[in-house]
Ligand binder design. Structure first.
Ligand code: PMP
Length: 411
């Protein structure tokens, strides 16, 4: 059974408008997804009827808001099949979640001479925090490179991860190449070498079933805004034994047990890591986004996206001046396609496509080390989600064919 695309399109009013007098074709879901009305309305209703600061009030509205926040945490836990509610920390986004791990775990557990291993295809969010730890603690940061088909070179990975490795940091799915990395193998090997595995799931949680119990990741991070939810809420799953031993990342209100003049003790999990007023409205929105995804079914969503991706790749491969950066093996790929048009800057491509109503991303995609490794400065990137259609792929392909004509090339 395929998804009911007509019904889904009705849930996303933003997609049903004209941009530059053309039907809007949104192909940038890897940057952020659009929100269904169910999410938008749930946040509106929360603000109209239930808004209050959580935890601190003995009055009904505060208790209700607290319950809604806790319910959202439970929903996230179920969504990724994590073992405990306390293992789910709400953050601002993936970036903050990964920084939390670097500051609270990394700085305390990585020592001089130790090593941290990251993939060359990582987003800056999963590189810079580790550069910081390596610099501060005099540790070594090592990069794992790619095979010719843009997949992770697992031979290189196994050579780079040694008994000196304390942390392996890897994305489940690359935001540039769209590769689904062999994440279970990466996590298992990290554990075999007594390292912990920090997984950036920003591009995976929206598109594939994440099963924390099966994956056995030590930390797993993702963002609400990439999975139909609002901006301003992210998730860090952490193994409870590790979280319990870690000190807080941010300190102040709400994350304490007792505070004295000179010292303090901290609240239990997960509150130790949730300092200050939390984004309750966004948590409520995230819960409804998960409900929406699960009601349709993440497998069905994935099949739909992959149908679009396969079709788009076939059409793009017919155009001789296009280079695609990513594996051709559709089973190892998610719904992200990075490409370049010979002799044309990606920003020009994006600007020209905008005039056709097509929104795609151009740039380094927060992955400059990968760009340098590939010998390029930037790419164009399209990314599909459950609300995109085959007709939209056709519009994208047709506009793509016009880019070189616009710039004075014959074809
Ligand atoms: N990691 C990956 C793989 C991403 O695609 C992104 C978003 N582009 C991030 C991390 C950062 O996410 P956020 O901006 O929500 O923190």
């Amino acid at each position: 059974m395929s998804i009911d695309i007509e019904k889904i399109r009705k849930d996303f009013p933003i997609l049903n408008q004209n941009i530059n007098d053309k039907p809007f074709v949104y192909l940038d879901s890897a940057a952020t997804t659009q929100k269904p009305i169910q999410v938008i309305e749930a946040m509106g209703i929360y603000n109209k009827l239930s808004n209050a600061n959580i935890h601190r009030g003995a009055y009904t509205l505060s208790i209700r808001a607290t319950e809604m926040y806790d319910e959202a945490r439970k929903r996230v836990k179920e969504f990724i099949n994590a073992p405990y509610d306390e293992s789910i920390i709400f953050t601002k986004n993936t970036t903050e979640a990964l920084n939390l791990v670097a500051f609270s775990y990394g700085l305390e557990n990585v020592n001089s001479g130790d090593e941290i291993v990251v993939l060359i295809s990582e987003h800056h969010s999963n590189i810079l925090p580790w550069q910081m730890v390596a610099k501060k603690n005099n540790a070594k940061l090592k990069f794992v490179y790619l095979n010719d088909d843009y997949t992770v070179d697992m031979k290189d990975f196994k050579e780079k991860v040694t008994e000196k490795t304390k942390i392996v940091a890897a994305a489940h799915i690359s935001n540039v190449l769209g590769t689904i990395n062999p994440i279970k193998e990466i996590i298992d090997y990290a554990h075999e070498m007594n390292a912990i595995a920090v997984i950036d799931g920003a591009q995976a949680a929206p598109h594939t079933k994440v099963d924390i119990e099966k994956l056995n990741a030590d930390f797993y991070a993702f963002s609400g805004h990439k999975m139909l939810g609002p901006m301003g809420i992210g998730v860090l799953y952490g193994r409870r034994e590790l979280l319990e031993k870690m000190g807080p990342f941010l300190s102040g209100g709400d994350m304490i047990e007792y505070v004295e003049e000179e010292s303090s003790t901290f609240a239990e999990l997960p509150y130790k890591f949730e300092a200050g007023t939390q984004n309750v409205e966004a948590a409520v929105g995230l819960k409804v986004a998960i409900d929406y995804i699960e009601e349709i079914g993440i497998e069905k969503i994935k099949n739909h996206e992959m149908e679009l991706t396969k079709y788009a790749m076939e059409k793009m491969n017919e155009i001789p001046y296009i280079t695609i950066y990513g594996t051709k093996d559709i089973d190892k790929k998610s719904s992200v396609i990075s490409f370049n048009i010979e002799n044309i800057h990606p920003h020009d491509v994006a600007t020209i496509l905008d005039s056709y109503g097509v929104a795609l991303r151009a740039g380094h995609h927060c992955a400059q080390p990968l760009m340098k490794y590939l010998g390029i400065n930037a790419t164009c990137r399209v990314s599909f989600y459950l609300y995109n259609t085959i007709e939209e792929v056709d519009i994208f392909i047709e506009s793509l064919k016009n880019v070189r004509k616009w710039l004075g090339y014959g074809s």
